[in-house]
Design a protein around this ligand. Structure first.
Ligand code: DHE
Length: 541
């Protein structure tokens, strides 16, 4: 069967249970040449068994426009013709004519008609849960510091490696869901981690006992997940359907929220959800509606007045209407990406111009703003040029104030902004646009990549946080070098050779010398348990 998916041997994954209605041919975009079979028919014959009759994914990934947005059309065609190495996706060049392959490649990029549904019943039916054996000891199966563990997401073959952050040795490696995206989120004790996949799967994994505890499919196309500061709740942000889904810590669905205006007239994809632990709330950005949501998980949450209460049906136990109600902040522009200040009173949000659905809601150019979550108003414009990637920003003390440094997807620079005045204090040039930025309390340096640059994607720039000057570079000539994370003590910086035959490179954070290299399959991201659960200022949360 035609399957764009990877082998997931080793994990007992639950199967999604999508409605079994067949996708219709209405979405076909390319005319079918004489003598060719229709793409809808070919899909049902060769693809549906793995990718689902409605293209929502089964054991193979979803083949929806939303899921394929990031794959070039030529690559879709190539995979259909040649298959994908080291996966169960075989090539179909022998079975389909050139014209049929091309028509099928077009067809899977067009919307399914009618649009696939993924309601609360589907979510509940997708859940699997494996309770711990009653006599299982609550301690790691392995011998290393559980607080200096790294979780490394290897996108090349959809696996996760656990790395001992003292010895830099792999403790375990296991298959993940297809295409994880966003940082994994940890429970406050660092024992459990939640992974989110672009296809909507949330996996809860026990890092100590090395096994999947629970899985659920929150949506058909998901952005990311957040875990509450008390470890009791998990929230998922979806593009498809247009919902936010709330789960308890064992991934039982509590409720879904329609991402829509209060009057229900306009709906939106959800850009992202983050935990605002000191506020005991989740903060949600919407991509197509100019509103920022705050959803409190504090049972003592103040009531929401002023008529902005959205539906909240949590049953009898609700302490106040603020608890799991939606508190809306109206904005002028919707947000794609955001970041909190240290007090979590302010959201620093960015709007990117392209890819926006709602006509009229998008600015001509990228913009960024500061929103006060208590006053529920925008309080400043952020003077960031190009395309800020605020989710990767870091903060640190500088000359008596605190600054935010954020890489810029659009140009080769890091913007540094004073978080008291919201003014730019420096624009630090880098050799090309980058995605990620990292530092640690114990190092004077901040590291950033230029992975979006065709010529400088092999270069990491190291910036002195005291002078805001670039002071050094490390290079991996001709290969992509990106995404840094520090050890718990800040002594070592780990970076990814972001290639299929890539590696994790460990640098001494003082001398900048390489001390170790571990081969890995496109290690897209690495996450240190301690830095995450203590919300280190140098890393993403
Ligand atoms: Fe990401 C995190 C949005 C494309 C790899 N990315 C995030 C987060 C958001 C986001 C909002 C924070 C979520 C979280 O951690 O909970 N990413 C977007 C986009 O809007 C964008 C530009 C377009 C899209 O396709 O969605 C995008 N992201 C990418 C990629 O192409 C990357 C490089 C490769 C990939 O695997 O998809 C990519 N994004 C990542 C990674 C993180 C991430 C590795 C976690 C960073 C961290 O260290 O916390």
């Amino acid at each position: 069967a035609l399957a764009l998916w990877t082998l997931t041997a080793g994990l007992a994954f639950a199967q999604a249970a999508p409605a079994a209605t067949a996708a219709t041919d209405a979405a076909a975009t390319a005319p079918v040449p004489a003598g060719s079979r229709s793409p809808a028919l070919l899909y049902q014959q060769h693809c549906a068994a793995c990718h689902g009759a409605q293209r929502t994914g089964l054991m193979g990934p979803a083949l929806l426009p939303e899921s394929l947005e990031r794959t070039r059309p030529a690559e879709v065609l190539r995979v259909i013709r040649e298959g994908r190495q080291a996966t169960q996706m075989g090539g179909f060049a022998e079975v389909l004519s050139d014209a049929e392959s091309a028509a099928l490649a077009d067809w899977v990029r067009a919307p399914v008609q009618p649009a696939p549904r993924w309601g609360e019943d589907d979510i509940r039916a997708s859940r699997s849960f494996t309770p711990a054996p009653p006599d299982e000891p609550a301690r790691p199966l392995w011998n290393a510091d559980p607080m200096n563990l790294f979780v490394v997401v290897e996108g090349g073959d959809h696996h996760v490696s656990l790395l001992d952050g003292d010895r830099f040795e792999v403790i375990a490696r296991f298959a993940s869901r297809y295409a994880l995206h966003g940082g994994p989120k940890f429970t406050p004790d660092g024992r459990y981690v939640f992974f989110g996949s672009r296809d909507g799967w949330i996996t809860k994994y026990d890092l100590w006992r090395l096994r999947v505890v629970a899985e659920v499919r929150a949506g058909l196309n998901m952005r990311n997940v957040a875990v509450s500061g008390d470890g009791r709740w998990v929230m998922a942000a979806n593009y498809l359907p247009r919902t936010v889904a709330l789960f308890d810590a064992e991934l039982n669905l509590v409720k879904t929220y329609a991402a829509a205006t209060l009057d229900g007239k306009a709906s939106s994809r959800v850009s992202a959800v983050y935990d605002a632990a000191p506020r005991k709330s989740f903060v949600v950005a919407l991509k197509d509606i100019p509103e920022l949501w705050e959803i409190s998980y504090d049972p003592q949450a103040a009531p929401i007045h002023d008529g902005l209460v959205h539906d909240y049906k949590m049953g009898e136990a609700i302490a106040t209407p603020g608890y799991f109600g939606v508190r809306r902040t109206p904005l002028r522009e919707p947000l794609d990406d955001f970041f909190f200040d240290q007090s979590y009173r302010h959201v620093l949000g960015a709007t990117r111009p392209q890819g926006r659905a709602a006509a009229g809601a998008a600015p001509e150019r990228a913009s960024a703003q500061v929103v006060n979550l208590d006053a529920r108003v925008k309080v400043a414009d952020l003077p960031i040029a190009g395309m800020p990637h605020l989710g990767s920003g870091i903060t640190f003390a500088w000359q008596g104030t605190t600054v935010l440094a954020s890489p810029n997807l659009g140009g080769g620079a890091v913007d540094v902004i004073d978080m008291q005045t919201w003014k730019t204090v420096r624009t630090i040039p880098t050799p090309g646009p980058g995605f990620f930025m990292r530092s640690h309390e114990a190092t004077p340096y901040a590291w950033t990549d230029s992975m979006m640059s065709p010529t400088a994607r092999d270069t990491l720039t190291i910036i002195d946080k005291r002078t805001l000057q670039p002071v050094a570079q490390v290079r991996e000539p001709g290969r992509t070098l990106a995404h840094i994370e520090f050890t718990r003590d800040g002594r070592y910086a780990l970076a990814s050779v972001w290639e299929d035959d890539g590696a994790l490179v460990v640098y001494d954070a003082q001398t900048l010398r390489e001390v170790k290299r571990l081969p890995m399959r496109k290690p897209v991201g690495k996450y240190n348990v301690w830095n995450k659960i203590t919300r280190s200022e140098g890393t993403s949360h």
